[in-house]
Design a protein around this ligand. Structure first.
Ligand SMILES: [Zn+2]
Length: 231
């Protein structure tokens, strides 16, 4: 009998220790470290860039139509633009695109290889599109792109995870599309500081660019390189 009385407090102590240990594992720093320590945060998605500077960001996508007049306008007036070209288009005429990003500024972003709606692909498929484009653009421009423009502006959290795996710092969509898609140009919006303007390498690029530059000037804004503001 004395042995039974002596073992009861010891059993209660052991049970208490066990409960405390389980609680510590579930809620304590060890559990938190496991949850947060293995994954970097997902890159943000920006349709405009918060800034106090009086700037707008001109971005040009794809690259199938390469108008020398548009290139001359950008080059001669030293207008900073950010390109999101497709690797197949770049490899057809690398010199055309290189003249637009002198000095290897970080002005070339990722726009995937095949221009799919990324939300229709699983993680492996999205990663393949983004990482392969990264490698081919790095070969063409000497620098891996840090920004991703998802085709059609379509993305999901899987896109952000795939982008993170391919070294992307941020996804950038747009505030206003200045591209003339039909017979007439779209209405010109009032630009605000930090807006991202979308343009495309199409036959109307020179005219679309002209309207964007006029809208920027009327709003008291100047074009700035996206890569300098998204870090
Ligand atoms: Zn595109």
């Amino acid at each position: 009998m004395p042995r039974r009385h002596a073992s009861l407090p010891r059993l209660l102590t052991l049970l208490t220790l066990l409960v405390l240990t389980v609680c510590a594992v579930l809620t304590g720093p060890f559990g938190s470290a496991t949850a947060h320590g293995t994954a970097r945060p997902l890159p943000p998605v920006l349709s405009r860039v918060p800034t106090h500077d009086r700037v707008v960001f001109l971005t040009i996508d794809d690259g199938w139509y390469r108008d020398p007049a548009a290139a001359a306008l950008l080059r001669d007036r030293r207008i900073p633009v950010s390109l999101f070209p497709l690797p197949d288009a770049v490899e057809q005429d690398p010199g055309y695109f290189r003249q637009l990003v002198p000095g290897h500024r970080p002005a070339v972003g990722n726009h995937t290889v095949g221009h799919p709606d990324l939300t229709t692909l699983d993680l492996t498929g999205q990663r393949k599109e983004i990482c392969a484009a990264r490698d081919r653009l790095a070969a063409a421009f000497g620098r891996a792109p840090a920004l991703l423009r998802p085709p059609f502006g379509r993305y999901d959290d899987t896109t952000r995870a795939a982008a993170r795996d391919c070294g992307v710092r941020a996804l950038v969509t747009w505030t206003h599309d200045f591209t003339t898609w039909g017979d007439t140009p779209p209405p010109v919006p009032r630009l605000r500081r930090g807006d991202v303007v979308l343009l495309h390498f199409t036959p109307t690029l020179t005219a679309d660019l002209g309207r964007a530059l006029t809208a920027a000037r009327e709003a008291g804004l100047v074009p700035a390189p996206l890569g300098a503001y998204v870090r």
